[in-house]
Every structure is written in C-alpha cells, then in structure tokens.
Ligand binder design. Sequence first.
Ligand code: ATP
Length: 277
Amino acid sequence: GIEFGQSKPQARRVKFSDVAGIDEAVEELQELVRYLKNPELFDKMGIKPPHGVLLEGPPGCGKTLVAKAIAGEAGVPFYQMAGSEFVEVLVGVGSARIRDLFKRAKVNKPSVVFIDEIDALATRRQGIFSESTNYLYNAATQERETTLNQLLIELDGFDTGKGVIFLGATNRMDLLDPALLRPGRFDRKIRIRPPGAKGRLDILKVHARKVRMSPSVDLSTYAQNLPGWTGAKLAQLTQEAALVAVRNGHESILQSDMDDAVDRLTVGPKRVGIELG
Ligand code: ATP
C-alpha cells in the first residue's frame, strides 16, 4: 500500500549512505534532493522542475532503496505503490488509486511518489484485438489503459503540482508504453546497474555495519568471489551470516559463519530439511 514517510517516525529514514555500488546514479539523483529541499529556489531561478525519473535495471540492485533515499535525504514524505497493485482490480479502481496517490503527494509537497514495477501498469498498448478475444481479457486490458491514462494525466499536470518528484522503476524497459517516455513525462532515465566487485565490496560494507561483523572477516574475498550477486542477495548474506553466528554461539560473525552462509544461499534446495532421493 501507500507508505507515509512521516507517519512512521520510529522507522529510520533511508539515506544515500545506505546505498552502495551505484555511485553514478546517486550522483545524478542528488539534484532531485536539492530540488526537494528548496523547490522555490529552482522556481525563482527559472529552472523547470524535473517531471518523472525512470529507474531502470535488474531486480535487487537498489531501485526502491535509492528512491527511498532521495526522500530520506530531503526529509520529505515518500508515497509508494507497485504497478501490480493497479492491475486486476475493479473498473475504475486503478485510476482512482493513482489519483489518490498523487493527491496525497501534492497536499504534502514537497514529496516523492514512487511506482515500482511500472511496466505492470504501463505495458505497451496492444493494437487490434480479434473478435474472439474474450470479454474478461478485454475488460482487464481496458482497465489497465484507463489506469495508465490517469497516470499520464497526473504526469502532464505536474506544472501545477510543483514540488512532487515522480519516480518509476522497471526492469523491463522494452515493455513500457512509448507514451510514458515522451518528453515531459519520464524525461530522465537512470540505469541502476548490477554491482561489479568494487560495488559488491561497498555494498557488503554497508550491510556489515548493520550486523555484528568481526573485523577479522575479509569482505573483499566475498566481493571478488560472488559474481552476479546483487545488493539484495548480499544483504541477505549478512543477515544469514548473523543467524549462523548466533546458532554457532559466536559473539560476532566469523569467516566460517560467512562461508556457511554463502553455502546456504548458494545451494538452496538442499536446505529445506527434506532428504531428497
Ligand atoms: P526490485 O526491482 O526487486 O524492487 P530493487 O532494485 O528495487 O529491486 P531493492 O528493493 O532496492 O531492489 O533492494 C532490496 C534490498 O537489497 C535493499 O533494501 C537493500 O537492503 C539491498 N540492496 C539492494 N541494492 C543495494 C545497494 N545498491 N546498496 C545497498 N544495499 C542494497
């Protein structure tokens, strides 16, 4: 559902220091923070506010995290929904949810609106349907289009809603309806790339701070030897290692706990507790 940055005072706000391995993207996004902190200044300077920013990249590499960090750094409310929450609902509900989301964001501006999996609601529109296409399919498609149209209306109306930054995320850029990518809508695209070895090390360092990691653990070995591991997987690794350490009665995470955790996250199926074969 919708998340209020402000109605959860006890939850620590996400900051750019929680994000690692995507420095270029963060650098570019700093400008949005500057804008959110002082929209009037941008206005006075005659700078057109950014409309929408599309974050593109594979799952688990920090799209949601960095969106939250923008709001966290600027100290403004964060309104989040997933594209999938708009589909397969009753007629008119999807567009009403979009309207409601933007309305709240405008009332509480400056603010950030974030729609994850935007491809779920903004898939390239189909051309012609055959007569045989069943009614339910048509209704669902029509509903999704109504929802997408509402989103486009909101994006186009942004001149009147200054102070609201709209961020969308997708890992299927190719599926997006071209209407969304027209100027004045998503006018910026930022790639969130999977981390390389250096990025993985930086991500591990961020997550090592959140657990009790023994200084004797050489994080760079893991960064080098875990190609393809995303930020989400590395975060899971430190959590798993902490659990293993507790189980082993260690007061902090040791190298052996990390190795064990890597095994557990790599072999998966063997760990369900059922003897196979
Ligand atoms: P999805 O497309 O699945 O939503 P995503 O790119 O939005 O993926 P996040 O949800 O932001 O990924 O990542 C999940 C979690 O993984 C984060 O909350 C964080 O703990 C960790 N994580 C992912 N990327 C990074 C990163 N670049 N730096 C630090 N932690 C990260």
